[in-house]
Design a protein around this ligand. Structure first.
Ligand SMILES: Cc1cc2nc3c(=O)[nH]c(=O)nc-3n(C[C@H](O)[C@H](O)[C@H](O)COP(=O)(O)OP(=O)(O)OC[C@H]3O[C@@H](n4cnc5c(N)ncnc54)[C@H](O)[C@@H]3O)c2cc1C
Length: 482
């Protein structure tokens, strides 16, 4: 049916168009290039061209569309809110992929307060779920700078800034409904919101983080939590990058389960945010430090009589750490929680506004973070001075958004050399993961082919084959032709 690289007109032929429109209604099929654009353009990277965008509104419609596509050899890419950063939710330039958008799957949105769970259609946005939960004092605590769909969050296993306290989607998904990419569009119900269920193997976990390779998620049941009723935050200035881990250990020991976030920010990332985000100003009286950490403590209960407030607790812990000989801490700023978070939340926008970003979503054992950073800076200084390192990240879980802003002219060869150098140092040198929390997609297919052990690739491809043809957006097998 479709090929014609680079074309902008729809390449889905009339027979397929009419068949798909009959399944999803006229409003559910988008062929017009202007209307397709939002579905073709990812949050990062260049985007591609879709043969069409199909927007089923029910599980039955998803099943019918998928079965039709599989039977007629039409490739498709599942898409949620299209906020992914691995280029997995958009078509390539061939014009040969149908975008299967789940954005009309916004029912149900059911909250079970007694069970502390919510069951939602895959297209429900995180903000919509949290708005519905707020009057009940509840929330889904996965916190990030985008507004993804619950289906996309399950498919990518979203982490976020409060992973340290609450974990990722994997820890929250208690049930899934999925449509397999087979010729029947088989619908599988995988658990029903049970916290404990050992009656079968936890098949649903294959779909969490599977990035659509095993099937299409149409409904998600998640565990939800009580919203914090007390919080306190501080910006900590560590002695140097090596001091971040001892500082974290001190807070983990003293703050226990109230420790909710511990986010690292480099000077270059903070400077760009302060320069480019109009609502931000420099909170540091003595100039922006080389590195800072945003630390947050929360409690789900209201202040109790006689109990120290979290503001007092955070100041006390910081004060005690400061008094140590050879303290890992040199300064600490305290203030309202939202004010302390503002700088952290402005980092991505600041980087984007300051130039083209080369993003790496790396994950390390925590003890390796400082040494990797030191070695990577030395390597970049010598080989890539035209890229400014603006790293930040969820350091408590070993995550680092090792992002670089290009300061020189665009050069695809140098760009590839940079990716190769950073990924080789991280993965081969430190046993890091090239995808800490952003999942898999075209942007990292080369890294998957290169760094994921061949046996793991083979078994993953075999499992995908059991579930059907796969969505083809993420290839889990070894490179074709090998
Ligand atoms: C500013 C910004 C900050 C971010 N911060 C974080 C962060 O801190 N932590 C983090 O983990 N991520 C972060 N992300 C990445 C992104 O928001 C997450 O990966 C998110 O979970 C993607 O959800 P989505 O609905 O947008 O999915 P999409 O982008 O639409 O899709 C992502 C992948 O999932 C697949 N997919 C989507 N929906 C389904 C479905 N229903 N069934 C099967 N497959 C599906 C797609 O095919 C694709 O492979 C950030 C993104 C931005 C732009």
């Amino acid at each position: 049916m479709m090929s014609a690289p680079g074309v902008c007109a729809p390449v889905l032929d009339q027979v397929h168009s009419e068949a798909l429109a009959a399944m999803v209604g006229e409003g559910g099929l988008i062929l017009d290039p202007a209307d397709r654009a939002a579905y073709e353009t990812p949050a990062r990277y260049a985007g591609g061209v879709a043969a069409a965008v199909v927007r089923p509104a029910t599980t039955e419609q998803v099943s019918a569309v998928v079965a039709y596509c599989v039977r007629h050899g039409l490739k498709f890419v599942p898409q949620g809110a299209n906020s992914g950063l691995a280029e997995g939710s958009t078509p390539d330039m061939s014009g040969g992929h149908v975008v299967l958008s789940l954005d009309r799957l916004i029912a149900p949105l059911e909250i079970d307060i007694a069970d502390r769970t919510a069951t939602v259609g895959a297209g429900v946005r995180l903000s919509a779920l949290n708005a519905a939960l707020e009057p009940h004092g509840l929330f889904l605590p996965i916190d990030l700078g985008a507004d993804p769909s619950l289906g996309g969050m399950a498919a990518t296993n979203t982490g976020g800034a409060r992973f340290l306290r609450y974990g990722d989607m994997r820890r929250h998904v208690l049930g899934l409904e999925v449509v397999l990419a087979d010729a029947a569009g088989t619908v599988l119900q995988l658990s029903h919101g049970l916290r404990k269920d050992n009656a079968a193997i936890a098949l649903r976990q294959l779909f969490v983080g599977g990035c659509g390779a095993f099937g299409i998620i149409t409904k998600v049941t998640v565990e939800i939590h009580h919203r914090p009723r007390q919080s306190a935050a501080a910006l900590l200035v560590p002695r140097d990058a090596e001091a971040v881990l001892p500082l974290l250990q001190a807070f983990e020991a003293e703050a226990g389960s109230t420790l909710t976030a511990f986010e690292g920010m480099s000077k270059a990332a903070m400077s760009r945010a302060i320069d480019h985000v109009p609502s931000l100003s420099n909170p540091f009286a003595g100039g922006i430090p080389d590195y800072a950490v945003l630390v947050e403590l929360t409690r789900s209960w209201a202040p109790r009589e006689g109990e120290a407030s979290l503001d007092e607790v955070i100041q006390q812990i910081a004060g005690e750490v400061l008094e140590h000989d050879d303290s890992p801490l040199v300064d600490a700023l305290f203030g309202p929680t939202e004010k302390m978070w503002a700088l952290r939340h402005g980092l991505s926008e600041g980087l984007r506004a300051s130039g083209p970003v080369v993003g790496f979503d790396l994950s390390f054992r925590r003890r390796d973070l400082a040494r990797f950073r030191r070695e990577a800076i030395a390597m970049l200084d010598v080989g890539f001075p035209d890229f400014a390192l603006c790293d930040f990240g969820h350091v408590a879980d070993g995550g680092v958004h090792f992002n670089l802003v290009r300061t020189g002219a665009a050069d695809p060869v140098r760009y590839q050399a940079l990716r190769e150098a950073v990924l080789t140092l991280a993965v081969k040198g430190f046993g890091a993961s090239f995808s800490g929390e952003h999942g898999l997609g075209r942007a990292f297919q080369d890294a998957y082919d290169r760094f994921t052990p061949r046996l793991v690739q083979d078994y993953s491809a075999a499992v995908a084959a059991v579930f059907g043809a796969g969505s083809a957006a993420v290839r889990l097998g070894p490179p074709r032709g090998n």
